[in-house]
Design a protein around this ligand. Sequence first.
Ligand SMILES: [Zn+2]
Ligand SMILES: [Zn+2]
Length: 382
Amino acid sequence: MKSVGKRYTFLAGLGAGVALSVGLALLMAASTTEEISPVKARSLDVYVPNTEDLAPDEMRVIACGTGMPTQRMAQAAACFLVELGNGDKFIFDIGSGAAERISALQIPYDYLDKIFIGHLHGDHFGSIGEMFIGGMIMGRHVPLRIWGPSGPTPELGTKYAIEHMREMYTWDVAGRLGMTDTRGFQLEVNEFDYTGVNEIIYQENGVTIRSWPAVHAIDGPVSFSLEWKGLKFVFSSDTYPNKWFVEYAKNADLAIHECFIAVPSLVTKMGFTPEAALMVGTQIHTAPEAFGKVMSTIKPRHAIAYHFFKDFDTTAPVYERIRTTYDGPLSLAEDFMVWNVTKEGVRERMALVEEHTWAPPLASPASLKAAYQAPSADHSSP
Ligand SMILES: [Zn+2]
Ligand SMILES: [Zn+2]
């Protein structure tokens, strides 16, 4: 079925002919002038966290970071949350600034325990420490589970990075003992072979996640697919266009691929020399035209470009360049963009979030006893 930006569902009414969904009814109401009123409430086409059930066969993806390696208020670095109708939630990359976006969704932290890191650039895992410490304080009572690639040498792998992050927080963890439930201070690191091609790295509860090599900076980066109930999500993390992505991202319902800012913008906005802009914008990363070529090859139901600062003067060049090579369904991602994915279609909206958030409700009760126990040993894959 063709992917559309907004999906309205027709429901068969019992004995009353055909009833229209609320969305369609509101759309019709909005189109008739007699319903326009200075006092009547109007519906907004936005996603307000925790106000919608997820159907048993529905996937919801929320952009929690879409920016670049440098920091900005408007866009955190790479991070996408995937929520499934079976209750599972997965975080793909957790770049700097992403933890605040995740907190705004007010999801109990026990459910945010699975993080997949595509590579170890700070803009793809810089918020891991905040999820480790802050997530525990905000109510995570289960270990934080992390999946990430090995490297060409042990110290270039995920296990090394996370174990040393844990060491960095030695004083932090020691200083909280006796004051808070510390069960969430445990880490489970699952380092997998970065050279694996479409290898299964996670398979639980009907969800299969695979990885394949990405081409980016030095050896180690990977891209991911998640398959569940006939739906397929793919996420490139960072990569130059490559044969593996083109092969294994096929049949994706939602295909998220990096798309860097256009080369002239790298020169004018970021002060790159033309030579450096060409190298970074077309070789280390994927240029907009190349992003379009990837998507016109794999033909996803919906393509999502991320990894550029989306501004009044950068968006049009990125869009126009993509459209020289791809004319299918497309989103230029920004933080808090939301996609509901079902067999019927893809619905895209923005989330409307509360910025002044506190800890979300607890999914499991805090234990006073656990506050006085040193966290047990972390678990790491061999
Ligand atoms: Zn990178
Ligand atoms: Zn990056």
